[in-house]
Design a protein around this ligand. Structure first.
Ligand code: ADP
Length: 904
């Protein structure tokens, strides 16, 4: 409001001047007026008679331009000219005492100024005039205008938002309300003041007391305003929620309330929404509180905004104590940092993140919690914070761990079992394959997982058949041989909730068992074969022994016939000799094989002339071949100087002569040829015949002892099936191999190899040594006149020896024990030669020799034993014998031995 106090005072000054003219001070007052901050003027006869400086300033004209020239109306804005005219008229006509009004003036530059005028009637120069003051309040007017526009807007807004306005004059209890006030409750608007009490009756009975108390609070000066929500009766009989606000806006000097102004607003919809919201909020609250999960919400800074009851248990604090705080208030920094980091991760990831945490609750118990942290946004996209939901998975974890432990245990067990354990799904795909048995298949655990059994085992019809059977719901057992590994497999259908889910299979490596089975079968066959062979062997043996025995006994008996001619005698004796030789052969073979088997055969390597050996074999067997009308020949590839190898000559002779003997034996017509060829480091010998040949299936086994290709046939051909076994053993001992090529009824070629292990230079030297220029000839002396002692318990042997030695001896003494031998030697120091049997009852030959040597070192002692065992010779020599001769005694060997000691 424009304050006119100063104006009034100024006016008083003018008045003073008029009533009591302080003429002396008039100039002074003029000066004041002249410099006043208010425009001052005097109007008379519709023209300005005086204006001060400020007046000129306000309108932009000079004193001269205004005074006596311009009328007040000329300074007014077109549409306000009347206001000015009228007011001046009223004042001049004394219709009004003083004038106070506003108008819009027009400045010299045409711009508009808001002018407030206070004018009074006064005489000037004897005539009525109006003196006044005016101020320019253009600035304020602009503000007021803006305010007015604001008020207008407010009115429109209130109407639009259906806000009713009321004005209550408390003193007079007059009460006005805006039209909306009525219409929003369905009543007709009333222009006159209403009865406030009517409105009170429209308040819902349940809310009345509450409303009354609210109002009374203000009336009792306890509050400056009231604000309540209550249900109001609508004209249609329903109740609607209204919000009412009232403010004291005027009090008298004593502070008594004069007016209360306020608004009323329909908030029914809002209330309803609020109610619904409250209900759903409550429900939600109940829901999250009933949840067995921990639920919490934190703002982006990690400050708790909300949590449920279960969460309260974690921190042992009520929600209101938790809200506003962070984890740092409840757990140690390490944990709080961890939670913070996880929250941030969820926020950054912009999607739920899951992790597991072991949490200690306020009461000390621990739980493994699986948390899901989800970033939460307002509908406008503002990030609210992170919602956490934590579920107790302790039991599940335990069960899982238990399961893992069990699984680990089971799979470790299966991994170590010599089986293959596998699962196949219903489309035939391997889901699992474990077990130590996989090694046999060259597979890693689960290597074939994802592959189809039908592809992998397409070449195993038995497997595929069994799998198909199992897939159709039946168990199946099958055997397979994969890379030489035998598997026995069982496949079983597995069903889950009554549906075929796949197959479980177990494969057992039965290779060893299979082998054992077949070994057993072979062994059985072999045992049966052996049994057969044994019987055959015994039959053969008995045949082999009986035949010569018959010959010997039979013809020996015949020799007793007194009328026997000399010719006949000779014939019988030859038969007896042949038979004896045949027997001796058998026995030699048996002894040799038993020596081989007991491993007591020694090898005596020496330079051996192969050509010579071949010649010997030929010489000794050519007669036999001749008798069977077979052509026997041999071929030497090397000349004599080169044909020397280091080997055991005796055994070489044994091998070769055995093969040639066999060739003669098993060939009925044709030729037999033997010889050798140099094959690199080896000499390859062969004996080729055109005989009966050997069936294919026997080719391998004829080298085993007692095996004969065809026993029935061989009975007729003599032999006990040891020759090849002995030959094979000898060949191998000498570092070679033996084999045969043969075709039945066409012939056979036996081969054997020996190392050719000597250089040429050496061979030449050796030959020079064994072939001196002069050949030595053995002269057999008539009689050496020896005194001989024969120590022998076997009468026959003793006789044979004495017959042979008679030719050389002057006297032969005979004893049959070792003790007697020693005694006899003692008593006859002139004995030249002792034939000492080793196997004598009581004191044996070795001991007897040792004792004789005690007193006679000169006498020649030759040991004789039935067992041609290696080492016997050494033993005999060790005991003091000069030499050794094996039984049965070969008279030639005996004679040459004797000669070697006594011939002059
Ligand atoms: P034996 O001749 O005493 O039966 P061997 O061990 O020497 O015993 O031979 C074993 C078997 O091998 C003979 O029984 C015979 O069936 C067969 N055999 C050996 N040599 C020949 C050959 N040259 N031709 C045909 N069969 C042979």
């Amino acid at each position: 409001m424009v304050n006119f106090n100063s104006l009034r005072n100024l006016h008083f000054l003018f008045k003073k001047k008029r009533n009591q003219p302080y003429l002396d001070s008039e100039a002074k007052y003029r000066d004041i007026v002249e410099h006043s901050l208010t425009g001052v003027y005097i109007i008379q006869d519709d023209s300005f008679r005086y204006v001060n400086k400020k007046f000129c300033e306000i309108f932009g004209y000079s004193y001269e331009e205004i005074v006596d020239k311009m009328s007040p109306v000329s300074l007014a804005f077109e549409s306000d000219k009347n206001i000015v005219k009228e007011n001046i008229r009223k004042r001049i006509s004394k219709e009004s005492k003083s004038i106070e009004y506003e108008f819009r003036g027009v400045k010299k530059d045409g711009s508009i100024v808001w002018i407030r005028v206070l004018g009074n009637l006064m005489p000037y120069k004897g005539k009525p005039a109006i003196s006044g003051m005016l101020i320019d309040f253009t600035d304020r007017k602009l503000v007021e205008e803006a305010l007015y526009i604001g008020e207008e807007r407010l009115r429109v807004t209130l109407e639009a938002t259906k806000i009713g306005i009321w004005d209550w004059n408390v003193e007079s209890d007059i009460w006005f309300a805006s039209p909306i006030y009525y219409t929003m409750l369905g009543y007709e608007p009333v222009a006159e003041p209403s009865d406030r009490t009517v409105w009170f009756t429209r308040i819902h009975p349940d809310d009345r007391e509450y409303v009354r108390a609210k109002i009374n609070n203000v009336l009792a000066y306890k509050e400056d305003s009231y604000d309540y929500e209550a249900r109001m009766l609508h004209a249609n009989g329903s109740y609607r929620w209204h919000q009412v606000k009232g403010h004291i806006i005027d009090k008298d000097n004593q502070g008594k309330i004069k007016r209360i102004v306020g608004i009323r607003k329909d908030i029914n919809d809002f209330k309803q929404v609020e109610e619904e919201l409250r209900i759903s909020k409550n429900r939600l609250r109940v829901l999250i509180d009933t949840l067995p999960d921990l639920v919490w919400l934190k703002d982006p800074q990690g400050v708790y905004l909300q949590c449920n009851q279960r969460f309260e248990q974690l921190y042992g604090a009520a929600e209101k104590e938790i809200v506003g705080k962070t984890d740092y208030n409840f757990v140690n920094k390490e944990f709080a940092d961890f939670f913070r980091q996880k929250d941030n991760e969820a926020a950054v990831a912009d999607k739920p993140s899951i992790n597991e945490e072991e949490l200690t609750f306020a009461d000390g118990h621990k739980e493994i919690i699986e948390t899901i942290k989800t970033p939460i946004y307002e509908s406008d996209g503002t990030f609210i914070g992170v919602l956490g939901i934590g579920r107790d998975i302790t039991q599940r974890k335990k069960a899982e761990q238990e399961l893992i432990k069990n699984e680990a245990l089971i799979s470790t067990a299966v991994e170590n079992l010599p089986i293959v354990f596998y699962l196949i799904d219903k489309s035939g795909i391997f889901n699992l394959s474990i077990g130590a048995g996989l090694k046999g298949l060259c597979l890693l655990p689960n290597q074939i997982v994802g592959q189809s059994v039908f592809d992998l085992y397409k070449d195993f019809p038995q497997t595929i058949e069994a799998i198909n059977k199992a897939l159709s719901g039946e168990s199946a057992i099958f055997e397979s041989n994969v890379n030489g590994v035998h598997y026995l497999s069982i496949v079983n259908p597995i069903s889950m909730s009554d549906k075929q889910a796949g197959i479980v299979g177990v494969g057992l490596d039965i290779t060893d068992r299979k082998k054992a089975e077949s070994d057993l079968l072979k062994a059985k066959e072999k045992a049966e074969e052996s049994d057969r062979l044994k019987s055959a062997f015994l039959a053969n043996m008995s045949h082999e022994i009986r035949t010569p025995m018959n010959g010997i006994l039979g013809f020996a008996g015949l020799l007793n016939e007194p009328k026997l001619s000399g010719e006949q005698q000779k014939k019988y004796i030859r038969i007896i000799e042949e038979s004896g030789e045949r027997m001796l052969n058998i026995i030699n073979d048996i002894i040799n094989i038993s020596k081989i088997e007991s491993g007591i055969i020694d090898i005596h390597l020496s330079e051996t002339n192969i050509n010579n050996q071949l010649q010997f074999v030929y010489d000794s067997l050519k007669l036999d071949a001749y008798h069977k009308k077979l052509k026997l020949s041999f071929r030497c590839e090397l000349d004599e100087y080169e044909s020397i190898i280091i080997t055991d000559g005796e055994k070489f002779y044994g091998i070769l002569s055995n093969l040639v003997k066999n060739a003669i034996k098993y060939t009925d017509k044709g030729t037999i040829e033997f010889g050798y060829a140099v094959k690199g480091e080896k000499m390859e010998f062969y004996v080729k015949d055109t005989g009966i040949g050997i069936p294919k299936e026997k080719i391998e086994v004829i080298f085993e002892r007692f095996i004969q290709a065809d026993i029935a046939d061989k009975m007729a051909r003599q032999g006990v099936g040891l020759g090849l076994a002995i030959s094979k053993a000898y060949v191998e001992m000498l570092g070679g191999k033996i084999w045969v090529d043969s075709e039945e009824s066409k012939g056979s070629t036996f081969f054997f190899t020996l190392p050719s292990n000597i250089d040429i230079d050496k061979k030449v030297k050796i030959l020079a040594a064994v072939h001196p220029d002069t050949e030595e000839k053995t002269v057999i002396p008539e009689n050496l006149g020896l005194k001989v002692l024969i120590a022998e318990d076997d009468k026959t042997s003793e006789m044979l020896i004495s017959i042979e030695l008679e030719k050389f001896s002057r006297e032969i003494l005979k004893v049959n024990t070792g003790t007697h031998a020693v005694e006899t030697c003692h008593n006859n120091p002139d004995i030249d030669l002792v034939l000492m049997d080793i196997q004598m009852p009581g004191m044996n030959g070795y001991e007897a020799t040792r004792e004789i040597r005690e007193f006679n070192k000169e006498v020649i002692i030759i040991a004789q034993t039935a067992f041609v065992l290696e080492g016997d010779k050494e033993k005999a020599i060790g005991a003091g014998c000069n030499n050794y001769i094996s039984k049965p005694i070969n008279p030639n060997i005996l004679l040459s031995l004797v000669q070697s000691y006594f011939a002059k």
